[in-house]
Design a protein around this ligand. Structure first.
Ligand SMILES: Nc1ncnc2c1ncn2[C@@H]1O[C@H](COP(=O)(O)OP(=O)(O)OP(=O)(O)O)[C@@H](O)[C@H]1O
Ligand SMILES: [Mg+2]
Length: 253
């Protein structure tokens, strides 16, 4: 998309303070509708806090957040999710005693107009189960739909976590360390999934410590250290930035 078009996500001057600690300080970034943007930084840099603040889980965040040109920073978390801003969590929290499909059904919701359309075209299938099928297909996990989470490998569970977020048809997906604990082939599969999301016009903000994944799939990168942006721009440029290299060599990652 052209850089001058309205960004899907536009964040300006986001700050979060916990007691005296500036967990996130004056951070601005944009994500295009078909882009994968990386948000990286050493442990404690403020990445999860950023995601929490964007989603409305932090009560006293400051700054302007717009989704598709509409301010959302005054909205509660569930309304931001309904507007299309959906996250995954650093630890996957699936319900173990129901199937993968049922886990996704819990998350699936659709605008009314879509449900009516699906009912008219396919009266025997609920729009919610179509959402589940869509989400599992996007991550290549259709074959585990009737299994329960404890029966799955760790990498499969993480992809189901991504699918659960997709079941609510996000405009923008915020992923908090989706590659944690994945082996190289699972990480490669995740990378392919992320590219297919961007190709389907779903924006992605990717937080991860796996630099080969981040450098491979992101178009742009913002680097945080101690809550502040120390570099941002095209991935190819930012990854060689001396401040970024120094933060990683000196960081606890
Ligand atoms: N609820 C909270 N209350 C107080 N301090 C917090 C809270 N959440 C995070 N912090 C602090 O804010 C800072 C940023 O933490 P955050 O979890 O956002 O970092 P991160 O970049 O996600 O790190 P990691 O890579 O380890 O996940 C840290 O110093 C952390 O201790
Ligand atoms: Mg974190």
């Amino acid at each position: 998309m052209g850089a001058r078009m309205t960004a899907l996500l536009d964040v300006h001057g986001l700050s979060v303070t916990y007691g005296g600690l500036h967990a996130v300080e004056d951070v601005s970034l944009t994500v295009g509708g078909d882009a994968i943007v990386g948000l990286i930084g050493p442990n404690g840099a403020g990445k999860t806090t950023m995601i929490d603040a964007l989603c409305g889980f932090v009560p006293h965040a400051l700054g302007a957040i717009s989704l598709a040109g509409r301010r959302i920073d005054h909205l509660p978390a569930h309304e931001r999710a309904r507007a299309g801003l959906v996250r995954t969590f650093q630890s996957v929290e699936l319900f173990d005693d129901i199937t993968v499909s049922e886990n996704l059904l819990v998350a699936a919701h659709r605008p009314q107009w879509w449900s009516s359309l699906v009912d008219a075209v396919a009266p025997r299938r609920s729009s919610r189960s179509l959402d589940v099928d869509f989400a599992l297909e996007m991550v290549g996990m259709e074959s585990v739909a009737e299994m329960r989470p404890p029966e799955l490998a760790h990498g499969q569970r993480r992809l189901v976590g991504v699918a659960r977020a997709l079941a609510s048809h996000p405009k923008l997906l915020l992923l908090d360390e989706p590659a944690a604990g994945l082996d190289p082939s699972e990480t490669a599969a995740l990378g392919a999934v992320l590219r297919s999301l961007a190709a389907a016009d779903i924006g992605v903000l990717l937080v991860d410590h796996d630099m080969s994944l981040v450098f491979d799939v992101t178009d742009e990168l913002t680097v945080l250290d101690l809550g502040r942006v120390i570099a941002s721009g095209p991935t190819a440029t930012v990854k060689d930035d001396p401040a970024v290299v120094a933060a990683y060599l000196g960081g606890g990652t």
